[in-house]
Design a protein around this ligand. Structure first.
Ligand code: SF4
Ligand code: SF4
Length: 329
């Protein structure tokens, strides 16, 4: 029997949701198994890094790499899997844009260590011990991968062939990409985004848009959306206008605003800036004429009060890939 092409699925700094999205292929997972030999997947298999190191260069047909690059180990694995893979895909929002882990770029490593290992409400650490790459103990040396100062995208570490966005990517979109690889059909040019569209979530959202102005924003728990009208026009911060399509506008269909997990749409460099611009165009501050600069700012602040955390709202998924990037390299 001919040898099957080899597949690997790796997680770096991630939550495991991308692996669950693969399992959510349901019975199609059997087709994946028929078509590929899954040789490396720390979440599911017991093969080790040394097994990957022993493979000839370029022998993995496809690697789906999820998770951001946060530690020296993440980066080492990115280089190893790049060398061994013919197709390396940034799989999911963490690998593509940094996602939630990259929000930590707004604070220093020292701040994180202090908060997590010394000041946490359930932490008891009178000696103030924090993790270190090397610790000497009577029994020998303990080593941990070094934590980087800032979280990076996969493409900041190695060359990436394709990106599949989403937190996590929608399973039907994963299948679209995997089945295209299985069929041997020509893939789009290197560097393309796969398993998503080229427009915005608003374009695929079936809610009614009336171009209404909004006088106040409200948080999701404050409002049960009415009927089928646009959530942004009802005052909920829906990121659909600044988010790539491809999920089928899942969240707005169930009365939840889009939080932006498919990242910026085609051609948009900065998802947060795009959303801020869109928001400015629908906010009604009660007229600008005759208002002092201070009064305009006061009214804008009053409307924006419903956003308790600007970075978490506008850059929840895309900070590492944004113009701000969040912290210095
Ligand atoms: S802002 Fe949200 S609810 Fe409104 S059309 Fe866009 S995706 Fe749909
Ligand atoms: S609607 Fe927005 S947050 Fe929800 S799955 Fe789609 S892109 Fe992600």
């Amino acid at each position: 029997m001919a040898e099957k092409p080899k597949l690997s699925i790796y997680w770096a700094s991630s939550c495991g949701g991308c692996e669950i999205a693969v399992v959510n292929l349901h019975e199609k997972i059997l087709e994946v198994d028929r078509s590929f030999d899954l040789v490396f997947c720390p979440c599911l298999l017991d093969t080790k890094k040394s097994d990957v190191e022993a493979l000839p260069e370029g022998s993995l047909a496809l690697t789906l790499f999820n998770g951001a690059i946060r530690t020296a180990e993440n980066e080492e694995m990115a280089h190893l899997l790049r060398r061994k893979s013919r197709l390396l895909v940034a799989f999911g929002s963490c690998a593509a844009e940094g996602c939630i882990p990259a929000l930590s770029n707004l604070h220093s490593k020292e701040d994180h260590f202090r908060r997590v290992y010394r000041e946490g409400p359930s932490t008891v650490n009178p000696a103030g011990v924090v993790p270190a790459p090397l610790t000497r103990v009577p029994e020998g040396e303990l080593r941990l991968p070094a934590l980087f100062k800032r979280v990076k995208r996969l493409e900041d570490a190695v060359e990436v062939d394709y990106t599949i966005p989403g937190c996590p990517p929608e399973s039907h979109q994963i299948w679209n990409v995997v089945s295209a690889v299985i069929s041997g059909a020509p893939l789009p040019p290197q560097g393309s985004v796969l398993g998503a569209g080229h427009s915005t979530v608003c374009e695929e959202c079936r809610r009614q848009k009336d171009n209404k102005k909004i006088t106040r924003l409200r948080r999701s728990y404050e409002l049960i959306p009415e009927g089928n009208s646009c959530l942004l026009e009802q005052g909920l911060l829906c990121m659909g206008v600044a988010t790539r399509d491809g999920c089928g506008a899942l969240c707005p269909q169930v009365n939840m605003p889009c939080t932006g997990c498919y990242g910026p749409p085609e051609g948009a460099r900065d998802q947060g800036a795009q959303m801020a611009a869109a928001l400015a165009s629908v906010l009604d501050l009660g007229g600008y004429r005759g208002l002092s600069e201070e009064e305009t700012a006061r009214r804008a602040d009053a409307v924006l009060e419903a956003i308790p955390d600007y970075a978490g709202a506008f850059y929840k998924y895309s900070l590492a890939g944004s113009v701000l990037r969040g912290g210095r390299p």
